[in-house]
Design a protein around this ligand. Structure first.
Ligand code: B16
Ligand code: MG
Length: 219
């Protein structure tokens, strides 16, 4: 395939915020007397805030009205923001900046495709907002991953057709979204979890443009 656009997920690919999401959800679960484990937290990766809350309520066998759900979600986000507001650029995952810069330097368009409504704040904390030619996040899309909307929006922003885009994603829901968008997907994490990705690497530090082109021949 010809690579003209690369679209990056944020949480779990460029920065590891999963731990902060977990700690904030855990706090809410404890208050609600729901047992919520790190294993359960895997199910929340890549899915929207409200869908994450619904998974936790389902684990605890609870049903809530809309107003209460909104209150719980905003409480969790308040605790999550306490962590995010203390984030520093050294939390950017190894190899991310080098890889993205190399892509840009070689003329490939680079976009962000994240479910997170906190994307602008995270990018500001990390000082990397200006790196991207397009930013599609949870604030501008209405359908959460596994719906392809966020990646299709990102591709439009960089004016590259889906078949010439590669998505880098750490979550099962995100891989599904990328494939539904008609894009190729490089899974970031374990092959066992990301079975449907076209190829899987453990992190962006394992990639450079030369290696990506070799992988792309198999895509
Ligand atoms: P927020 P990504 C996702 O980001 C996270 O993986 C997921 O765990 C979280 O629930 C979702 O963002 C919404 O985040 O509460 O900040 O809007 O992986 O798509 O970059
Ligand atoms: Mg992610």
């Amino acid at each position: 395939m010809r690579i003209r656009g690369c679209i990056f997920d944020l949480d779990g690919v460029i920065v590891d915020t999963a731990r902060y999401h977990y700690l904030a959800w855990k706090k809410l679960a404890t208050i609600l007397n729901i047992e919520f484990t790190e294993e359960n937290n895997e199910r929340l990766k890549g899915v929207s805030r409200m869908a994450s809350l619904d998974i936790i309520l389902e684990i605890g066998n609870r049903v809530c009205d809309e107003k209460t759900r909104e209150e719980y979600a905003s409480l969790k986000n308040k605790w999550y923001l306490d962590y995010i507001n203390r984030m520093m650029p050294d939390e950017i995952l190894p190899g991310s900046l080098e890889f993205i810069s190399e892509l840009k330097y070689s003329g490939i368009k680079v976009a962000l495709g994240s479910a997170s409504r906190n994307t602008p704040l995270i990018l500001e904390r990390l000082g990397i907002g200006s790196l991207f030619d397009g930013i599609a996040d949870g604030n501008i899309v209405s359908k959460a991953k596994p719906d392809p909307e966020v990646f299709l929006t990102a591709a439009k922003m960089i004016a590259v057709p889906p078949e010439e885009c590669i998505v880098f994603e750490d979550a099962v829901a995100g891989v599904e979204a990328a494939l539904k968008a008609g894009m190729r997907c490089v899974g970031i994490g374990s092959e066992k979890t990301l079975k449907d990705a076209n190829v899987v690497v453990s992190g962006l530090d394992k990639l450079n443009l030369r290696k990506l082109k070799v992988l792309a021949k198999k895509l």
